[in-house]
Design a protein. Structure first.
Length: 323
């Protein structure tokens, strides 16, 4: 493998944002990159925009029928031939020196993964400024996983660059057909990392376009369905079972984390989705939560007790929202 970075860019109906996103990759101060664009069955002009970048030999384009974000990322992995891999969203942007900064950290610190934060923007930035690195925190695997589960390190695939061998050696792929796929995939990737670096600083380095119409997260927020809850439950159960098997974290900690996730999602979705057709679903879900608590002897924290009250008396959530 060469020392370059492969950047996988899934593309689906983002023609209004794609040029600026790809330009932010093309203008990276570190030049030895390979940009793998995966057109996942776009029905707008995204394919035409992507083709404009093929005059740059560092860019390649693969087209496939629409299969979703995970499938597009998995397809991109087939074309990776570099030491490092990065998953980039096609409506966002990165600071011009992000790749150079990350590779410098890789070379100096001998880590397997570099994590960084994002800056929320309401529109794409025309004049991107360099990222100002303030601190590099080197942490071991266990601490990385603890920060992931406590949301002190982001799970989103675009928030870290990792050594390609971490994914390939451990057969890690994104779950096809499921939303929120970044969460359990990050847990799997992080579980095979010996050391990681967490970067902090100014100006991005990732510029996340929030509330874009048609984006997966916007649709998930505006169009809540039972299938969305099923996806959440599948993802964090898969994450829990995987981490439990890896045995890197204390079992009591994982049990409490999983129990809290069960409670949170139940309370989040019950009042949004409860109707005559869904009552049996939530009744079964409630039994699963209480059974897990009994089996694993969960001693609820004060926050958990509040959520258990909402579980028992859903009207409390409605009253709180009304007030």
């Amino acid at each position: 493998m060469s020392s370059k970075v492969s950047i996988i860019v899934p593309i689906y109906n983002v023609d209004a944002y794609l040029k600026n996103a790809l330009t932010s990759l093309q203008q990276q101060t570190y030049r030895d990159i390979k940009v793998i664009m995966i057109n996942d069955g776009s029905t707008d002009h995204s394919d035409e925009v992507a083709q404009e970048f093929l005059h740059d030999p560092r860019f390649m384009l693969v087209s496939q029928k629409n299969q979703g974000l995970s499938a597009a990322r998995n397809t991109g992995l087939k074309y990776v031939d570099s030491e490092y891999v990065y998953f980039f969203d096609s409506d966002d942007q990165i600071a011009p020196n992000l790749i150079e900064t990350v590779l410098t950290v890789f070379n100096k610190s001998k880590v397997d993964l570099v994590s960084f934060k994002s800056e929320l923007v309401s529109h794409q930035v025309k004049a991107l400024v360099p990222f100002e690195l303030a601190d590099v925190d080197i942490i071991e695997r266990k601490e990385l996983l603890l920060r992931l589960l406590s949301k002190r390190v982001m799970a989103t695939a675009w928030s870290y660059i990792t050594r390609t061998k971490v994914l390939l050696d451990n057969d890690i792929l994104f779950p096809v057909g499921r939303k929120f796929e970044d969460e359990n995939t990050a847990a799997k990737i992080f579980s095979f990392v010996k050391k990681a670096a967490v970067l902090t600083g100014k100006n991005g380095p990732y510029f996340y376009l929030q509330d874009r119409s048609g984006s997966i997260m916007t649709e998930a927020h505006n169009d809540v369905r039972l299938s969305q809850l099923d996806d959440r439950r599948y993802i964090f159960k898969d994450e829990f079972l995987f981490l439990k098997k890896q045995n890197d974290l204390p079992l009591d900690y994982l049990n409490n984390w999983y129990f809290n996730k069960l409670l949170t999602t139940y309370n989040m979705y019950r009042n949004l989705l409860i109707n005559d057709n869904n009552r049996s679903y939530f009744k079964t879900y409630k039994k699963e939560i209480t059974a897990f608590q009994r089996k694993n002897h969960i001693k609820p924290t004060m926050q958990m007790r509040k959520r258990l009250l909402k579980l028992k008396y859903p009207i409390l959530t409605k009253i709180r929202n009304y007030l």
